[in-house]
Structure formats: structure tokens, C-alpha cells
Design a protein around this ligand. Sequence first.
Ligand code: AMP
Ligand code: GLY
Length: 424
Amino acid sequence: MKIMIVGGGGREHAIAWAVAKSPKCDKLYAAPGNAGIAELAECVDISVMDADSLVAFAKEKEIDFVIVAPDDPLAAGVADAFLDAGIKTFGPRKNAAIIEASKAFSKDLMKKYDIPSAAYETFEDADAALAYLETQEAPYVLKADGLALGKGVLICQTLEEAKDGIKEIMIDKKFGDAGNKVVIEEFMTGREVSVLCFSDGKTILPMTSAQDHKRAGDGDTGLNTGGMGTFSPSPFYTDEVQKFCEENVYQRTIDAMAAEGREFKGVLFCGLMLTPKGPRVLEFNARFGDPEAQVVIPRLKNDIVEVMEACADGTLDKINLEFEDNAAVCVMLASDGYPVSYKKGFEIKGLENFAGKDDYFVFHSGTKFNEEGKVVTNGGRVLGVTALGNTLVEARANAYKATELIDFENKYMRHDIGKAIDEK
Ligand code: AMP
Ligand code: GLY
């Protein structure tokens, strides 16, 4: 089969790595890809949002199967464009990707179908939101309705801060149209766990669990980022938690979407918080997480192409999803200054140390070739170094050891990825 991946980050590199291993894959394309993906796929410089050019390219190359990986194109209907052109596609249609693209939609869905989540109110009017805040207690959780690069959630410790937050989102439009509506939510406490699930619209198969580290600095300090590192599995995702989510979250959500006429095919990412009252859904995403994919996919035993095709074909009930009985840790190597401002274009040294290894990998997030053909930094998050191990402790030691193999100017990383596992 000829397969194309739409996207160009670390998540897409991890997907490409697994797809390239499949006996079903004869030729792999990526749009736009990056310097790491280029080792596995022919990269074509088309924007992930340019549906017309993507479909034209897929037709020209007679591509059999397309994987749309990032949130923005899914929310904009890029999967629809391929499907409507008669091309088999992995990834939800726009009317289902809304489960991520609108927080108000997902909160209303959870309320209607009794899926456990935080209490909330939605506002389209800033004055009404400000008045409501007066009736609530700190801390306040404010969420811009739309996609905001993972930065649209504000946790405010004081009423003043929360009021400023409403003004920033709804009046100053800090996140653009994503702030036309705001969800104000009950503040919850507990550990966070991410469970990514394959779905064909009827059957849902949860993958192994993972945990992300969203803050930029050690000890969960500093600004929110796209994710500074992950580990899998989460020791806090116990059999009891899993059973609760199987009974109250996964299947119920897919069935709710189907009942709403929004068949969900692709990856449903369930962001959970393990609160003292039980697991609660923090958010849904309509795609693999980044960098969750970098620790979950290397542990998958199945042929990923077979599983993804089953999602598209509606035959996921025939798949027995299996993961290795091991652990993985991904440490993100970023550009110093991320997520605010940083320099890029620095040569990356040591990538050759990862060639042919099957227990540690480097997934490219923000890299490109410069004019001399050298791989240089090209983003805030640059590389995800993932290592496997028999245990989480071993995987973490292996991952940090592997980070030493890479060098570039401005290299920055957190030193406590997976530290939480010591508490278990
Ligand atoms: P979200 O994009 O909805 O996952 O929110 C981003 C982050 O904000 C989450 O990973 C949590 O750390 C935090 N958060 C979101 N909602 C709540 C809540 N209701 N209570 C406490 N923390 C929250
Ligand atoms: N790592 C969090 C996300 O992909 O949304």
C-alpha cells in the first residue's frame, strides 16, 4: 500500500516509524514531515491545512491510505476532504473532531450522557462570566472554547486573576475566536493520566496508559508547553481505575458521539484526573497525544497499519490490541527559552548514535535540513528521546543516558521526567 501521513512533529515521526515497519507499507509519504521523518518517508512540502493540495497530491500518487494526525487539520475537516475524494483515511471527520475543538461541546456531551467530569458553566458574554465568578470560590478554572495550541486553560488562584483571565480571553481575544465562548469549571485535584483509544465509531480499544509533563520547568514549574516528556504505563492507572473508565468513559463516549450522529473514527485521547471522588475526564482530544505517542507507539505489538485500517473500515472488533510488558520514557529536548522565545537553526550533533537501535529512539519534533544538508533545530520542541526498559525506572535511566548522545546549542530539558513513579 501507498500511505501518507499528514503532519510534521514528533508524534508523526513515531507514527511513521511504526507504519514503515509494517509489511503492508510499500511506500510512505509525509506532508510536510521533518528531517527525521525524511529517513522513512518521501516528504512533500504541503501545509497540513491545505486540503485541496493534499487531496490532489494523494490522487496524483495514487495513495491508498491517509493518516491525518494533528488537531488543527482534523478540526478544519481535512479528513473529510480525503474521505469525500474516496480515499481511505484514519482520523475523525470534522463533526467528530469537535470533541476536541470545542470545550463547550465536549462538556455538554459529558453532561448529557453522564460521563464523569468537572461541574461547569459556559458563557458567551463576558459580563455574565464575570458575574458568575463572583459566586464561585478559588481556584478558578477558565477554558477558552476553541483550539489554542494547548494554552487556552487558565487556573487562577484569585478572583482578580480570574477576572483578568476572562478579559484576556473574551475581550482582548488573546486566543482569537477560540475565546468567543468560555467554560468555567470546578477545580479538581489528583494525578493526571492519558489514555489514548483506537475507535471505529462502534468499538473502542484503549491503549496502554501514559502521563505527560506539561510545564516547562523541573518540579512542574513555569509555563505550560506542548509537553516536555512522558512515561508509559502510568502506575497510577490501576485495574480499578481502568475498570471504572471502561464502564463510565470510553464506550459511553463513543456511543454518545454515534447517538449524536458524529461517528468517531480515529484516536480518542482521554485526559483523566484521578480525583479523591474517582476518575474524571479533564478533556478529550481527537488524535494521538504529542509526546504520548512517542511512548505508547513503541510499546505496541500490533501492526499499526492493520489497526488503523480497522478503525477506518469499522472492523476494530476483529483486532486484539496488545502492548509489550515493558515501559517507555520520552524526554523532550527543547530550545532554551521555549515556550516563549528561542533561537533556532543550530546544528544537531549525535543523531547517528540512534541509527538501527531498537531500544532507544530519537523522534524529531522541530528539525529541518539547512542549505548544507545538515539537520538543524527548527522549533521549540526539537527532539523526543525515547527509551524502553523492563521497568519505568530502567526506561527513565536509559532515556536520560540517551539524551547525552545528542548535542546542540541551546539544548534544554527537564530532569525529572517520570519522577512521579518513585512515589508509587
Ligand atoms: P486541558 O487542556 O483541559 O487538559 O487542561 C490543561 C491542564 O489544565 C490539565 O492538564 C490540568 O492540569 C489542568 N486542568 C484542566 N481542567 C482542570 C480542572 N477542572 N481542575 C484542575 N485542573 C485542571
Ligand atoms: N501532550 C498533550 C497533548 O498532546 O495534547
